[in-house]
Write a protein that binds this ligand. Structure first.
Ligand code: URA
Length: 266
């Protein structure tokens, strides 16, 4: 109900008129632009403010750079990067990122990004966590900032599994080092699950499951052993494996998969 009507109805004849309109009720459709984004679950308020300042938001077709801009969520059309933002409707996708694509929104050098693979998506979504340009493999793509936080926050220890082709033949000792922890410049790595898949001439292919997501972590762990990563593919996030997904393609997640991810890690 319009708060002005409520005001009139509850006033008895003879009451002094109130000088101020009543405060906006909780469920008012009026919200500031930064709050619309955080309520829709697409960004924290800090991120939202940065995106607004960067000119990525439009209300009713006009770019708005003021985070305090008032939006009526029942009437106004809010778009992020040209795609509608609607509170409530959550989207969950799995994407097989090819090598050479960036997980950032825009590249100043014009290199392709994962957004180029999802042009037909009508609603705004973002990839969860980063994969290096040279890494291929599984990405969750969503507009659910809560799930994104659950997957990326290292405290939740949601495991990520990578298939690694190493430039040398690894000894059992080296595999054990990967398992127990390697001293990197940002500290010891947590214990990891490592499975040797095959040794071909002078190269080892193995799978490693880590519960942190430090910058270039797998590459740096292998480099600490004096070897190089020739190929890196993320094959699983928590219990979700890449399966039959084709490179460069995406598909909606099943409700069951979303639930599995929500309860992955701790
Ligand atoms: N480890 C890396 O080194 N790179 C990635 O992209 C992911 C994990």
């Amino acid at each position: 109900m319009n708060p002005r009507h409520a005001h009139h109805r509850h006033n008895k004849p003879g009451d002094k008129p109130r000088s101020k309109p009543p405060a906006q009720p909780q469920n008012s459709p009026l919200k500031t632009l930064d709050r619309v984004l955080s309520k829709a679950g697409v960004a924290s308020r800090t991120e939202a403010r940065q995106w607004i300042a960067a000119g990525r938001l439009a209300v009713n077709g006009k770019v708005v750079k003021d985070p305090e801009f008032w939006v009526n969520i029942d009437r106004d059309r809010v778009r992020l990067d040209g795609k509608p933002v609607r509170p409530g409707k959550k989207i969950y996708l799995l994407l097989y990122k090819p090598k050479g694509y960036l997980t950032t929104f825009k590249d100043p050098d014009g290199r392709p990004t994962v957004y180029d693979l999802m042009k037909e998506m009508q609603q705004w979504v973002f990839p969860v966590g980063r994969l290096d340009q040279d890494t291929s493999g599984l990405l969750v793509v969503t507009n659910d900032a809560g799930l994104a936080e659950h997957i990326t926050n290292p405290e939740h220890k949601v495991p990520k599994t990578y298939l690694v082709k190493c430039s040398t033949l690894l000894s059992e000792e080296q595999i054990d080092q990967l398992r127990h922890g390697i001293e990197l410049k940002d500290g010891m790595t947590r214990p990891a699950r490592v499975v040797r898949i095959r040794d071909r001439s002078n190269r080892t292919v193995f799978e490693i499951t880590i519960t942190e997501g430090r910058n270039r972590q797998v590459r740096r762990m292998v480099e600490a052993l004096g070897a190089k990563v020739l190929k890196l593919v993320r094959v699983a996030i928590g219990p979700i494996r890449i399966g039959t997904l084709q490179i460069g393609q995406f598909r909606p997640m099943l409700a069951e998969e979303v639930n599995l991810l929500r309860s992955a890690g701790h």
